[in-house]
Design a protein around this ligand. Sequence first.
Ligand code: GLT
Ligand code: MN
Length: 388
Amino acid sequence: MSSNQFSPTKEDKFAFGVWCLQNRGRDPFGDQTRPELPALECIKGLAQRNCYGFEFHDNDIIPFGASTAQREQILRDVKKAIGDWGIKATMATTNTFYHPVFKDGAFTSTDPAVRLYTTQKVMRAIDVAADLGTQLFVFWGGREGVEVDASKDPVEATKWFRESMNFLCNYVLSQGYDIKFSIEPKPNEPRGDLYLPTVGSVLAFIATLDHPEMVGINPETAHIKMAGLNPYHEFAQALDAGKLFDVHLNGQKPLRFDQDLTYGSDDLKEAFFTAKLLVDHKYPGTIGFDAHPYRSESDPWDFVDRNMRTYKIMQAKVRQFNENKEIQDILKDIHGASANLRGFTAQFSKESAQKLKDMTFEPEKLATRKLPYERLDQLLTELLLGVL
Ligand code: GLT
Ligand code: MN
């Protein structure tokens, strides 16, 4: 394995949030540990490392409260950077969580003025996205939740959220923008409980919208593990529903505060399976990393390099897994059982129902089947450890 076979290329479709690079290491207990990095420097650094794209909040590039003239100048500069450096603005989103106005929710604030202010801010961010050629617009409801359940009815809050999403879908359609939406679930933090905590809840919510075809999901490894769930399964559910519009890969120790660790830094098997899902199912979207450098780093570049490198190594490991004879023989054996019965329930008829009722099974015998999962998992372990 030559080392530069893992160097990123544009075809890898890697992207990073500008906010990831701008993260200065501040946490609830300590101040920033690294200098400010202007958005244009982030974008340039990513382009120099062969990143396909960058993701951004409105306020990552346009400061909150900027004048129209400032905003237009910034947009000219960003457009020039995109052209000069050959990088795309692959995903845009709105910061609806930082300013105190959002302290009790944005779309789910009890104050209709805050809800409308949020919707207005999002419309303006959508205009910026369209201007920069961004085709995916994300909603991460960082303040959409509660600490005090006595304060609002979640059914009512969901209705407000839905009304705003419907309004914004119609806004995109009315403007003729080529933009789709994606909702990013998270179970908690910064609120005690966030609405739409998991992939399943977002799927159910999308089905209630006026334009469900315009809206997908943007799952994030860390958010899933904060809920104690399995990222491979959660990503798979979004993919199966045709709703995996974007991914946020990172790392996270389960059931803790939002750590936003580097992809693959905490759990190699999980990182392997996330990559395997995307490779096996030919996921066509960008590979977005949403994490931040350790607080002890003085700049983000080792962090950027290693996320992409680990992902490319995992892609190679997935290929090795899919080609390894012993692994594939075990899988063939496992999946080869009762081949004559495969697909029986794929189509219903009264006759097939009767036929199934009349079938004879031997559960005791079926239960004696040998499943060499210790061996299978050990082979994967050895593959990941580089001794296979
Ligand atoms: C925030 C959050 C991320 C979201 C971003 C989009 S911002 O950093 O932790 O998971 O993707 O708003
Ligand atoms: Mn994210």
